[in-house]
Structures are given as structure tokens and as C-alpha cells.
Design a protein around this ligand. Structure first.
Ligand SMILES: N[C@@H](CCC(=O)N[C@@H](CS)C(=O)NCC(=O)O)C(=O)O
Length: 214
């Protein structure tokens, strides 16, 4: 099994955490998102992932190429069921998925590299306006999530067991800190971040621990 990713990619970071929690050893291949205009746009990578985004998981003898981090994680969760990343109860499972999707669909796509590049390129925004865009969508998404966490969180996003929601939250917080977003208005998010970063699976998956970190 091979994971094509990038050290600073929050979507690849989610998958790295899942692999570590499951104890699955994979070969890592770096797809540099910036160098030479972005290796994700090169033809051989685009043939594997037509959206030209990381991560891609290459799996099995037939070299199946899987895209979309949440699809990859749910695939891993089914192939390697222990420890589970989703609760058993169907309602609890839906709540965890809703929190994960709130990050992966409502926050992350708005501050993705290609969006930021478009803002400073064709849209003509200066650095201050681009930063305001980034901060706006993080605050919008995190304040909604903080409200949900007030109901459901324990040590982690959903009670005291790590779930798919934590795998999405921690990379997004890493990203927000990188862009200097103040997080003091989100005590649940800050607490969960600190708790997750005490776990080896999260520590080993963190961007700075990756071989391609620069
Ligand atoms: N929904 C996708 C998002 C993937 C994604 O946006 N990846 C980013 C890195 S976190 C990327 O490859 N960006 C390259 C670009 O924007 O050109 C997933 O969850 O896998």
C-alpha cells in the first residue's frame, strides 16, 4: 500500500493519522504541491487522481487508486476494523460524520491551496484580503463546530474515544495556527487539539515529522 501525499496537506494528514491508529505500514511518496507549479498537476499523477489533489492511496495487486481522504479513511476503517473510527450506534455515527464533513466540506475547501492561489492570482486580492478570507471561513466553521462540541465532546470530539471527527479537526487546527488564527474563542477545539497531540498516532502523523518536511 502506498500513500501519495504532502507533508503540509491537511487531507493527507487525516489519512496518516488513520493509518497510524490502525497500525498499517505504508510506503509514503511525496507529491510536492508547490515545486515546479505543483507535482499534483503532472500527467502521471493526474492519471491517478483526476482532481489533481492529494492524497491518493494506491492499494492492492490491481493498484487501485483511491482519492478523497474521507473515502480513504472509511475504506481503511472497513478493511482494518480495529480500533474503529466511527461509533457503532447509527445516530452517533451520523453525528461524528456530520462533524467531520463540517470541516472537510465547509471549511477546508475554502482555504485550500488552489483557492488561495486563485484569490491572489486571477481574483487580484492582496495578502491582507487573502488573509481576511482565510480567517473569515475558519471562524465561521469553527464557531459552528464549537457549538456542536459543547454537546458532544469529551476528551475528543465525540466523547472520550478518537473518531473520524478528530482526524479532520487536528489538521485543520494545525492549518489555522499556521495562518495565525486566534483560537481562544474555541475552548473545546483547543482542548481536543491538546489531547490528540498527546497520542503517538497524531504526533507521528504531524507535518514536521514527515520525510518531505522542509
Ligand atoms: N476533499 C479532498 C481535498 C484534497 C485537497 O484539497 N488536497 C489539497 C492539500 S490539503 C491539495 O492537494 N491541494 C493542491 C492544490 O490546491 O492545487 C480530500 O479530502 O482528499
Amino acid at each position: 500500500m502506498k500513500l501519495l501525499g504532502y507533508w503540509r496537506s491537511s487531507a493527507a494528514y487525516r489519512v496518516r493519522i488513520a493509518l497510524n491508529i490502525k497500525g498499517v505500514d505504508v510506503e509514503h511518496q511525496s507529491i510536492h504541491l508547490v515545486k515546479a507549479g505543483g507535482e499534483q498537476h503532472q500527467a502521471d499523477y493526474a492519471a491517478l487522481n483526476p482532481q489533481e489533489l492529494v492524497p491518493t492511496l494506491i492499494e492492492g495487486d490491481d493498484e487501485l487508486a483511491l482519492s478523497q481522504s474521507l473515502a480513504i479513511i472509511e475504506y481503511l476503517d472497513e478493511v482494518y476494523p480495529e480500533p474503529p473510527l466511527l461509533p457503532q450506534d447509527v445516530k452517533d455515527k451520523a453525528i461524528v460524520r456530520a462533524m467531520a464533513l463540517a470541516i472537510a466540506c465547509e471549511i477546508h475547501p475554502l482555504n485550500n491551496l488552489r483557492v488561495l492561489q486563485y484569490l491572489s492570482g486571477p481574483a487580484g486580492l492582496d495578502e491582507a484580503a487573502k488573509s481576511a478570507w482565510y480567517h473569515h471561513w475558519i471562524h465561521s466553521g469553527f464557531s459552528a463546530l464549537e457549538t456542536q462540541l459543547a454537546t458532544y465532546a469529551g476528551r475528543y470530539c465525540f466523547g472520550d474515544t478518537v473518531t473520524l471527527a478528530d482526524l479532520c479537526l487536528i489538521p485543520q487546527v494545525y492549518n489555522a495556527k499556521r495562518f495565525n488564527v486566534a483560537l481562544s474563542a474555541y475552548p473545546h477545539i483547543e482542548r481536543i487539539y491538546d489531547n490528540c497531540l498527546q497520542l503517538d498516532a497524531f504526533i507521528q502523523a504531524s507535518p514536521e515529522q514527515q520525510a518531505d518536511a522542509s
